[in-house]
Design a binder for this molecule. Sequence first.
Ligand code: FAD
Length: 352
Amino acid sequence: QDDEMAAEGTEVDEVERASDVWVFLEEHAGDVMPVAWELLTEGRRLADDLGEDLVALAIGEDLEDVATEALARGADRVLVADDPVFEPYRADPYGTQFREMVERRHPSIVLIGGTHTGRDFAGRVAVPAHAGLTADVTELDVDEDGQLLARRPAFGGNVLATIVCPEHRPQMATVRAGVFEAADPDPDELATLRATDDSIADNDRIEPVEVFIDEVDTISEVLVRDVTERADVTDADRLVAVGGGVEGDLGPAIELAEALDADLAASRKAVDEGWIEGARQVGQTGKTVRPDLYVALGISGAIQHVEGMNDAGTVIAINDDPNAPIFDHADYGIVGDLFEVVPQLTALLEGD
Ligand code: FAD
């Protein structure tokens, strides 16, 4: 019983201590997703109802413009985690960074766009923080106790369920795009901010925060960026595609891609695991690619994947399972452990 009371005490403290409405400003290479501005407008209304601050949270690289626009669109403050490690998007650095910030600052409400990216990392924040996360929300409100009422369609859209999270903070939600209207930025404020604030350091409403990259698996960061900065996978002449078999270690694939002057692609498994961004997924729910060369590393060859690469010129598959279906679609197959085979192949290509 003592334990129960202690636990209850912790919960009450957690609820009482939490304050402020946070909105995640999802941006990719400087372009902010419209849902982020929609949430900022909705977050402003909730923060005013609660009498709390509206805090925008930006994670990425070169975020000055995004941060100043967030202020002109109603944020009281902007927290900025600005580092090259966050470009392009990967679930691990984002999830770790976001989780650390939540755990150290105790927001009451956290709103994230229900985009591929938002859905990808929201759970990685909510689970370790023991926070309630409501997905695919279409209406938001707060009750007289300051509790978030997150509404979402349920039972095939037949009812609108209201989900509350009475005991833990933050109250998190991923919110469907397009259901709220974004207010325009205040043009005078935007002009003033842009004229006076050349850098994040000049504005005391914009707070650069510590970047927690040490706790992140940053696998050959420099190489990742070189390869991933290249064009869209649908334009690539050569692709090295990674699947479940790489188990999160993109190193050998990146080195092979460098040696072949190829781009990186991926199966859905590699994307779902957060090892590589979704834009590189090949298949039914990803991109259809037609490169001259497609090297499949640790990819089983599920029909949904093959659908996206069946028109590739030469296909080379490396898989440790001789019965993997990918071999039915390959011109050359190597049965073996990719962690042994791929470095040898790369060394041969480099003439070592
Ligand atoms: P896994 O199934 O995990 O296979 C890993 C492979 O690597 C295995 O063959 C294994 O033998 C091999 N391996 C393991 N370790 C090693 C090693 N050390 N060396 C060499 N080989 C190794 N999938 C897509 O890719 N794209 C899509 O667009 C897509 N859309 C889908 C849409 C729907 C509606 C559904 C239901 C599924 C979709 N999928 C899609 C998922 C698809 O069905 C498979 O689950 C997915 O392609 C599996 O990815 P994988 O082969 O990389 O991983």
